[in-house]
Design a protein around this ligand. Structure first.
Ligand SMILES: [Fe+2]
Length: 329
């Protein structure tokens, strides 16, 4: 549903529908998901009296709730939004295009990835896993063959709380990190399968109750226990459906292990954790910190890296973390 609201009431996660003429605002597109405060500032600065939001595709605005909760940190009720539908043909065209601007290319690839990951989490059948794998193979080859589009992909990541968004973000971050970390030994790694392993690291969440997965607040002990089964559940699904090889399935199993042994499910330490698991762990923590949840604000990449360096360094391999930081230079 389209709704008119004042620009000052816009929030990240709302889907803006601006007037058709680009003369009235400075955005290249008229319809987009608001992912940053900067976009809101720009809309306010454009002097539009009112803007429309699409409440089917982003957060709704409820004037009464906003009024009552004014001054409190309260998140608007999330409304499930559909990633802008990008079909396989558009994706292939973007992947293969030499003319398309890197920003545009990244946007098409990102939105297509969101769409297929969303389908997979709604229906985790072999056919959908295959579709994800095929797309990821193309994305991996693109990341390995050029630098500009991957750099744009790192910048446009959304920060909502959906598992499919998180999976795409962690997939993109992990492949980019693997590219620099394994650059001298790419021949001895199956980079395409590795990319698929990163995108599918949280597949086990399909077996987590929706009430726990989508709980807006912090999880209690029992809920946390249930949530913490997802690494094994993911590994099991991949094994039972014969997807990926054993070395890569380990990503699902180990992406919550921590270098100092404080992780789960096994409390592995240092080199006991596979390099693939250690790469995914860093990307996973970073994306969790930059995501917005009702009990915590979203952090900027800089703030997230600072916290990881100052408060969580024991969790990661120092060498891998240093390489990760360089992705944002
Ligand atoms: Fe996870």
């Amino acid at each position: 549903m389209l709704k008119n609201i004042k620009p000052a009431n816009l929030k990240k996660g709302m889907f803006a529908v601006l007037p058709g003429s680009w003369l009235s605002h400075s955005f290249l597109k008229n319809r987009f998901l608001i992912t940053s405060e900067d976009q809101i500032k720009k809309i306010i600065a454009s002097g539009l009296g009112e803007v429309m939001i699409d409440t089917q595709k982003g957060y709704d605005f409820n004037e009464e709730v906003e009024h009552i909760s004014h001054g409190e940190e309260k998140e608007a009720t999330p409304v499930k939004w559909e990633p802008e539908k990008v079909v396989s043909k558009d994706f292939k065209e973007a992947i293969n295009s030499r003319e398309m601007a890197p920003e545009k290319k990244a946007e098409v690839i990102y939105n297509y990835s969101l769409g297929i990951m969303k389908d997979l989490f709604e229906s985790p059948k072999a056919e959908n896993i295959k579709e994800v794998k095929n797309a990821v193979y193309d994305i991996v080859n693109l990341v390995l063959s050029e630098d500009e589009t991957p750099a744009c992909l790192l910048k446009i990541t959304n920060h909502d709380f959906y598992t499919y968004t998180h999976s795409v973000n962690v997939g993109v971050l992990s492949i980019s990190l693997a590219k620099v970390l394994l650059k001298d030994q790419q021949g001895s790694h199956n980079m395409e399968e590795l990319g698929a392993g990163f995108f599918l690291h949280d597949l086990g969440k399909v077996n987590i109750d929706a009430s726990v997965l989508n709980k807006p607040g912090r999880l209690d002990d029992d809920e946390m226990k249930h949530m913490r089964t997802h690494p094994y559940q993911g590994y099991k699904i991949l094994k039972e459906t014969g997807q990926l090889n054993e070395e890569i399935r380990v990503i699902a199993m180990q992406h919550h292990e921590r270098d100092d042994g404080t992780g789960y499910p096994l409390g592995l330490k240092g080199d006991e954790i596979h390099t693939y698991g250690r790469i995914c762990c860093i990307a996973d923590v970073f994306d969790a910190l930059t995501a917005k949840r009702s009990y915590k604000p979203s952090l900027s990449p800089f703030e997230a890296l600072k916290i990881m360096k100052e408060q969580m360094l024991g969790h990661f391999s120092e060498k891998i973390f240093q390489n990760f930081v360089l992705l944002f230079k």
